[in-house]
Design a protein around this ligand. Structure first.
Ligand SMILES: [Zn+2]
Ligand SMILES: [Zn+2]
Length: 766
């Protein structure tokens, strides 16, 4: 049969994931000759062979690619037949300003784990990796992805590692972080600030002893430091909470393996898939009502029905669990309140020597800081709530020209976003832009992303809020045109961009707070919305927020504001138990603030209504972490109650009748779980009614849901269900957070659309 030659261009996540060795293997399997090459934009292959063999090769190329590879596109061009002597991997070729996708960090693979059992220089070596696994984004300083441009640069490969690195048939061919105990990084153990050991076995023994004896260890990980303790030991968890010196924010738990978590959490197929994936996120799972001991310490996530669970992903974790008696450890970010996760050894020793019983560090520098990512399965789909390790820096593919746009994101739960051609690169989770350290992290990471992705900034997108740090950063960043985007418009645009929608839709954005065009604090917005613009059709009725944003830390103030709105001064007659806990003088003061309109901004934040109900039910009066009220409320809903409360839909959506109903139910001694469920059902119906009215008027059938409230599984699933049953097309977030971590993508999409429509100065149409 006559031979032919094809040039195949593969784009997507195809570098740093063992793609070229894979191509090499299948080309040889089918007797093809030619070459494969990385460029900074894609992977190019030329193959010569019989049409039949080339066909088999193409089938394999698509079907059997390495697990961490994501092929976006394969384009095939038949070229003049070339006789090659063999199939080879040729050197990287830097062709243009384009870039290939950078792989996120990948959990250690099974083959590498078994290398750790084999005698030799990788025996129990905790930095083992290959082209299928290991650190990626966290160690990359620049492209193309070569060892010289990673933090592995300082380690010179030993002859054995080098021979694997240059052998095209080896699993470690061009594995940039390749290392062994003879040449690679190593761990060190510190106690009281003093170096105790650099011997791997001793270190594992010491950490094991520490954790099994109720101690707290600080351990350097992939994207930052972790604090660890025995998850079954209440005293150890308490100690860890004290040490972190902050809130009641739930901790994540790492279990030894899938089997060991089964007694503690409910897990469905889709959730199992997420927890086992090479991305190794924290997956939010429902706690089992346990009868057998030992029990997971209550203080890990007390009052919540969810537990954040993950499995080992670094070789060190596996080595640790081989020795540990406990089958689960708390693994939470090593940092103090409001600071980003620590990455530097010196700072770790400096800040934690006093507090942690042992400190374990290593000498492979972390260039890009990442936290553990958090996901939740809602409506049978993985939804990313915190997007960081294992997901970043994979781009979001859009249908828009995003080139050169820098979107600065929101103020809390910040991520920013940069545009390159049609891709949007969302940063890793940055955090709340409140402490100096976090703001520095933010500024640095923006600069790193611009360099890494070779962005030429041409347009800035920011939130409308005049005093957001992120908005100010946008203003001072460069002398470039600026697009201001309303917070909830950005939420809907983010979900539209993720779902490649570019048309008029019905947008429902429910969250805590965002600056509105009328100067009030929005947060329950029903928008007729395109990427370019929006019309606010309705929202939850405003209420005064006594004390402004600080009221969110004291949900009782919000409950009081609702009670006063509904009952006036006669709210006292209802003998609500939560009111008895609050100083009467404080109550009088709050009422006065509302009457005199002192520091009482108006809000339509849906989160505030949830706070109010959580307080009325006495689930929380002083919040110790963000969205505590809503989370506690969701935690007690039951699945077997379809009752709801009344509400009225006028120019706005009014929940006065709901509050009355709840207060009556409390008076009758109705169970909290029933009240919480009826309240959830009420919100779902109110959303449905409002959206339905908008469809009747506009004829639009596509509904886009966004905002942190949709992280609530019960509310999300039932809202989607009801809408679908009534023939709505429903769009929601999956790969981008529904919370403020997804805002930057929306800002970017709006800016891109406005530039396209030439309504941004200086692109303004004459
Ligand atoms: Zn491996
Ligand atoms: Zn070596």
């Amino acid at each position: 049969m006559t031979e032919k030659t094809l040039q195949i261009t593969v784009t997507g996540l195809v570098q740093g994931v063992g793609f070229r060795p894979f191509v090499f293997r299948i080309a040889n399997r089918f007797g093809l000759t030619g070459w494969v090459q990385n460029t900074n934009e894609n992977v190019i292959i030329q193959v010569t062979g019989t049409p039949q063999n080339i066909n088999s090769f193409l089938v394999c190329l698509k079907a059997d690619a390495p697990s961490a590879a994501i092929i976006r596109d394969i384009s095939i061009l038949e070229i003049e037949t070339k006789p090659f002597a063999k199939f080879s991997i040729t050197v990287s070729n830097d062709v243009s300003e384009g870039i290939t996708e950078i792989s996120p960090d990948i959990a250690v693979c099974d083959e590498c784990l078994s290398d750790m059992d084999r005698h030799g220089t990788r025996f129990n070596y905790a930095f083992v990796n290959c082209t299928n696994c290991g650190p990626r984004f966290t160690i990359i300083k620049d492209l193309p992805y070569d060892r010289e441009k990673t933090t592995m640069r300082i380690f010179t490969m030993c002859p054995q590692c080098l021979s694997e690195y240059i052998n095209v048939t080896d699993r470690r061919f061009h594995a940039q972080p390749v290392a062994c105990s003879a040449c690679g990084p190593n761990y060190e153990l510190f106690e009281n600030g003093r170096l105790i050991s650099s011997e791997a076995g001793n270190i594992i023994d010491a950490v094991t002893k520490c954790i099994d004896n109720a101690g707290v260890a600080l351990i350097k990980g992939l994207g930052g430091m972790h604090l660890a303790c025995d998850a079954f030991n209440e005293a150890a968890v308490e100690k860890l909470r004290d040490l972190k010196n902050r809130d009641g924010k739930p901790f994540a738990v790492m279990f030894r393996d899938l089997e060991s978590l089964i007694p503690y959490v409910e897990i469905e197929n889709r959730e199992e898939q997420s927890i086992l994936s090479w991305r190794r996120p924290i997956v939010l799972l429902r706690k089992k009502k346990i009868t057998r001991s030992p029990q997971i310490a209550d203080r890990i996530s007390s009052g919540l029905n969810l537990l954040g669970v993950m499995l080992p992903y670094m070789p060190f974790h596996y080595l640790l669990f081989r020795k540990l008696k406990t089958s689960a450890i708390v693994l939470t970010s090593g940092n103090f309140s409001s600071e980003p996760i620590l990455t530097e050894n010196i700072k770790a020793l400096d800040q934690f020597s006093k507090y942690a019983d042992v400190i374990v560090l290593h000498n492979r520098d972390i260039f890009n800081r990442t936290d553990d990512s958090v996901v939740r399965v809602i409506d049978a789909k993985e939804r990313i709530l915190r997007r960081s390790r294992g997901y970043v820096p994979s781009p979001v593919h859009t249908a828009l020209n995003t080139d050169g746009i820098i979107a600065f994101g929101a103020e809390l739960t910040n991520c920013f976003c940069v545009g390159k051609q049609r891709n949007a690169y969302l940063s890793q989770h940055i955090g709340d832009l409140q402490g100096i350290e976090t703001i520095q992290f933010y500024d640095q990471t923006i600069a790193q992303f611009i360099k890494l992705f070779r962005i030429k900034p041409s347009l800035i997108a920011i939130d409308m809020h005049p005093s957001y740090i992120s908005s100010k950063s946008g203003h001072t960043f460069a002398d470039l045109p600026i697009v201001e985007v309303q917070h909830h418009h950005a939420h809907i645009a983010s979900c539209m961009a993720e779902n490649m929608l570019d048309e008029k839709v019905i947008g429902v954005a429910l969250d805590g707070t965002g600056y509105g065009t009328d100067g009030n604090t929005w947060g329950s917005e029903f928008l007729l919305c395109s990427l370019n613009d929006f019309e606010r059709v309705t929202h939850f009725e405003y209420i005064p927020l006594p004390g402004g944003d600080s009221a969110t830390e004291e949900p009782w103030r919000i409950a009081l504001s609702y009670l006063y709105k509904v009952f006036g001064n006669s709210f006292h007659e209802y003998k609500l138990s939560f009111l008895e806990k609050i100083n009467t003088e404080k109550i009088r003061m709050i009422i006065q603030m509302i009457d005199k309109k002192i520091n009482c901004p108006l809000t339509s934040g849906a989160g505030r209504l949830f706070d109010c109900v959580a307080s009325l039910l006495d689930l929380v009066q002083t919040a110790t972490f963000q969205a505590e009220g809503p989370m506690r409320l969701e935690s007690i809903v039951r699945n077997d109650c379809s009752e709801s409360y009344r509400y009225t839909i006028g120019p706005t959506i009014c929940f006065d009748a709901t509050i009355r109903g709840i207060v009556e139910d409390i008076g009758k001694g109705t169970e909290k779980v029933t009240i919480a469920t009826k309240f959830h059902n009420t919100i779902i119906l109110a959303i449905f009614d409002s959206v339905n009215a908008m469809r009747l008027k506009s004829g639009i059938n596509k509904v886009v849901l966004s905002g942190g409230v949709f992280q609530n599984k019960y509310l999300s699933e039932r809202t989607m269900d009801l809408l679908r049953k009534n023939n709505f097309e429903v769009y929601s977030h999956a790969t981008v957070p529904a919370n403020d971590g997804g805002i930057a993508l929306g800002q970017l999409a709006v800016a891109s659309k406005r530039r396209e429509l030439l309504c941004v100065w200086p692109f303004l149409q004459k």
